[in-house]
Design a protein around this ligand. Structure first.
Ligand code: SF4
Length: 260
């Protein structure tokens, strides 16, 4: 009996299908690619962080609650991430092969139900995939502002749309006058009051609707208590201000008072 090659051992744990479709995605003709949310540890002891620019969002992360925590769901998401980390070229080839199916022609793929573009190499792999499958439409939310400014904005693939989302450590780099941005609001009514456009009717509105995108907060009681009626952008700004060195705060206060 011959022993399996190391690559065979690795691939044994690899997901055979990479894209999934829940009810919400099916209703809009979209498919999902998902990683485990934020930070964690694999069974083999390795640690990871798929959302290096997550800020306050991680305290109320939808993907760190409910069914996402079921062992089978978690194992599937971790298997996705392991594939990417252990064999980025093999994962890219597998994703391209899956996307060559006729059912994806004209369809939408949401890159990340949870997780984010955690490295330049991983984002570059997605950019190659988008360019190699021009008949497929891709979209994503991201908090990786600097990475997108450097690697995507100068020459974006025509079939990739994205929206920057508030609640991350790079919020201050966002410009609501020019960027497409999404903010989580405490209620649907508060989105309308602010003059933003809700994506509640279809997730695709986040990239196809008006540029200022409102997302109603998940109705998870302990998360709503933490949110305390704030938008993610407000909550993150409060945290950023608390972390700013005292003298920088004083200078900012002085500038504000002069401007007032
Ligand atoms: S970026 Fe998204 S998936 Fe990651 S911690 Fe924040 S809300 Fe969760």
């Amino acid at each position: 009996m011959s022993l399996p090659e190391p690559s065979e051992i690795a691939s044994a744990a690899r997901p055979t299908r990479l894209l999934a479709q829940n009810r919400e995605m099916r209703s809009i003709g979209a498919w999902n690619w998902t990683l485990p949310a934020w930070a964690g540890r694999f069974d083999d002891g390795r640690t990871y962080n798929t959302c290096p620019s997550a800020g306050v969002c991680r305290s109320v992360c939808y993907a760190r609650n409910g069914t996402y925590l079921w062992p089978t769901v978690r194992a599937k998401h971790q298997a996705n991430l392991k594939f990417v980390l252990d064999d980025l070229d093999g994962w890219t080839t597998a994703m391209l092969a899956e996307l060559s199916s006729a059912k994806f022609t004209g369809a939408w793929v949401r890159i990340h139900d949870s997780g984010d573009f955690f490295s330049d190499d991983y984002l570059a792999a997605w950019l190659r995939i988008c360019r190699s499958r021009p008949a497929v439409n891709f979209y994503c939310y991201t908090k990786e502002v600097d990475r997108f400014r450097r690697l995507v904005e100068p020459d974006p693939p025509p079939n990739l749309l994205w929206v920057f989302s508030f609640g991350g450590t790079q919020d201050a780099a966002l410009d609501i006058d020019t960027d497409r941005v999404a903010d989580v609001f405490p209620t649907e009514a508060s989105i309308a009051e602010a003059g933003w456009a809700s994506q509640e009717a279809s997730d695709l509105l986040a990239v196809l609707g008006p540029r200022l995108v409102g997302v109603p907060a998940n109705r998870i009681p302990h998360y709503l208590r933490r949110l305390r009626g704030r938008r993610f952008s407000q909550w993150q700004a409060e945290v950023d201000a608390e972390r700013r060195p005292h003298n920088q705060n004083s200078a900012a206060d002085l500038t504000e008072r002069r401007a007032a």
